[in-house]
Design a protein around this ligand. Structure first.
Ligand code: ZN
Length: 132
């Protein structure tokens, strides 16, 4: 197994499930969690960890706006310190993302901020209410 393959396997098993993996040339993008919590981008020299977030365009359309938590420069190496650093970045990204979730007052589920209708209730509860 090459070092790159070892990193691919490490990242895939350290992200929240389900994990999706997309390759585009030298760039591999991992997306972990449903709703998405963490994004990791792996290139032949760097590993960059993002907290998933959603921004809004001027016309109120949600667009992914991940926030960068940190980068580890690996360049074909894989030391215990690098492994710890990547695991810590994934943990920090996840914690930052989950800290923004809210409990819907109606269905009592934990909801990511972009799915909340207002401070109190989620969009599906708001839609159900509007349809009544
Ligand atoms: Zn709800």
């Amino acid at each position: 197994m090459t070092t790159l393959e070892q990193w691919l396997a490490f990242i895939a098993t350290h992200l929240p499930q389900p994990v999706r993996e997309e390759r585009d040339g030298d760039l591999t993008t991992f997306t972990g969690g449903d709703p998405v919590e963490v994004i990791v981008r792996l290139t032949p020299s760097t590993i960059t960890v993002f907290e998933y977030a959603v921004g809004w365009t001027a016309s109120d359309t949600p667009v992914p706006a991940p926030r960068r938590i940190g980068t580890v420069v690996w360049r074909r190496a894989r030391t215990p310190e690098m492994i710890k650093a990547v695991a810590a970045l994934i943990g920090a990204a996840r914690e930052a993302r989950l800290a923004k979730f809210r409990i819907c007052e109606r269905c009592e589920r934990s909801i990511p901020p972009e799915w909340m209708d207002d401070e109190r209730i989620c969009q599906s509860c708001a839609d159900a209410e509007a349809a009544r």
